[in-house]
Design a binder for this molecule. Structure first.
Ligand SMILES: Cc1cc2nc3c(=O)[nH]c(=O)nc-3n(C[C@H](O)[C@H](O)[C@H](O)COP(=O)(O)OP(=O)(O)OC[C@H]3O[C@@H](n4cnc5c(N)ncnc54)[C@H](O)[C@@H]3O)c2cc1C
Length: 392
């Protein structure tokens, strides 16, 4: 859509093929329906949030920066606001407003929208000649494939463009889920399903015990394992070779072990005549208490005033280093983004044009670039789409 607006405004004759009944189906569910349009940061910070192939994006991001994105959306009637973590949202908190404004901008730029399924790309030796769809063939000299990845296929991102790319002899790097919930066989997760943790530190450890990711924030236990913002971000740092992975949660990141021990001691003074099982509710949520007790190895019926220093020290460790072994990720269909895609070495980063086939362009999530949460993935779509639109 960004590319279509850009090319249309240049006076190009643009047809957009969209096989869903309306445009931007995925866009409309982004940011929990609020659409985290972009991240209000400079290009350097932006590229630090792109773990895969950031250099490829250098030209596109400099040509169309997050500031340009904000100016663009304001100019097409979507007033924006910046929230925590520099995340930018429409003031209306409604992702539909972003999609609708893009549709209006496309029509204003003379773009024709056909709700049809693109079936293949026609080429003649090494140049594009047209696009096949249910109604026949559209003859053209430039084609942009911006069909997204393969996650959330019900939004229309079914991976067709990746198939076209392969047919056109482009390399598609292996696809894997990223920004995806994580699975664990540890029955403690299922026992605590639905229970959320706020203000905790999550650390992802690889098989050598090396820290791959660590951050403060929120997460949640589920029947299959864990999810929530921290978990999704951690998943972007999982590269199979370093599996099996483990999560370590610091349930009290604001207190070091000594301070936490003092805090526990204070609670134990207050509840000195209770059983251990009834003495933790000031420190932990109800759903978590039986699990913490079990992991501490202190019998639940122990009188609080008989708990030893060594037992308390084990409890501190459980709070500070709550371990969850991981078995993997949820399937790619449930991932926020697809990692992998059309190999960027075969695309000119200054135009998004294929180095193999003249007139063939790629933009957005179909490319082998992906970023963390925070509006970075949509920015990749806006910047690469803009650049392609300028060269179509
Ligand atoms: C639940 C969820 C929340 C997200 N939230 C955010 C967020 O807040 N901020 C952020 O930056 N990123 C977010 N993302 C990621 C972001 O949505 C994607 O990276 C972005 O939409 C990619 O844009 P795209 O145009 O490349 O692909 P898509 O948005 O997937 O669009 C591709 C389009 O091509 C169409 N298409 C595919 N094949 C064909 C065909 N053969 N013929 C015709 N049309 C076809 C599809 O129907 C679709 O409309 C989120 C993703 C998900 C799943």
């Amino acid at each position: 859509m960004m590319a279509a607006v850009t090319a249309g405004r240049r006076g190009r004759n643009v047809i957009l093929l969209e096989h869903e009944r309306f445009c931007g189906k995925k866009l409309r569910i982004t940011g929990k329906g609020r659409c985290n349009v972009c991240n209000n940061c400079d290009v350097k910070t932006f590229l630090q949030n792109v773990p895969v192939n950031p250099k490829f994006l250098y030209s596109a991001l400099n040509r169309f920066t997050p500031a340009d994105t904000m100016e663009f959306f304001e100019s097409i009637g979507v007033p924006l606001k910046t929230e925590r973590g520099n995340r930018v949202f429409p003031i209306s908190d409604n992702a539909h407003d972003v999609a609708k404004a893009l549709e209006t901008a496309m029509r204003g730029a003379g773009v024709r929208i056909l709700h049809e399924n693109a079936l293949g790309i026609r080429t003649d030796s090494d140049a594009v000649t047209g696009v096949e769809y249910g109604g026949g063939v559209i003859e053209c000299a430039s084609v942009l494939i911006a069909t997204g990845g393969v996650s959330y296929p019900l939004t229309g991102s079914t991976g067709d463009g990746l198939r076209f790319a392969r047919q056109l002899c482009h390399t598609v790097t292996p696809l894997s889920p990223s920004l995806v919930p994580l699975t664990s066989d540890d029955p403690d997760c299922a026992e605590m399903q639905g229970f959320s943790l706020r203000n905790v530190r999550l650390t992802l450890l690889d098989r050598d015990g090396k820290t791959r990711y660590t951050e403060l924030g929120e997460m949640m236990f589920t029947h299959f394992g864990v999810t929530g913002p921290l978990v999704l971000s951690a998943s972007a740092h999982m590269h199979d070779a370093a599996a099996p992975y483990e999560l370590e949660i610091d349930l009290k990141p604001g207190l070091d072990e000594k301070k936490l021990d003092a805090r526990i001691l204070r609670d134990f003074e207050t509840y000195r005549n209770r059983d251990f099982s009834n003495a933790l509710h000031d420190l932990a949520g109800r759903a978590m208490i039986p699990v913490l007790i079990r992991r501490s190895g202190i019998p639940p019926e122990t009188k609080v005033n008989t708990i030893t220093r060594a037992q308390r020290s084990r409890l501190v460790t459980v709070f500070k280093r709550f371990r969850i072994p991981l078995s993997g990720t949820r399937p790619i269909e449930e991932a926020i983004i697809t990692s992998g895609g059309v190999a960027v070495s075969e695309i000119d980063p200054r135009s998004m044009e294929s180095k193999r086939i003249r007139g063939l362009f790629f933009a957005g999530e179909i490319l082998d670039v992906d970023a963390y949460t925070g509006g970075f993935n949509l920015q990749i779509a806006w910047s690469t789409g803009k650049l392609a639109g300028e060269h179509l």
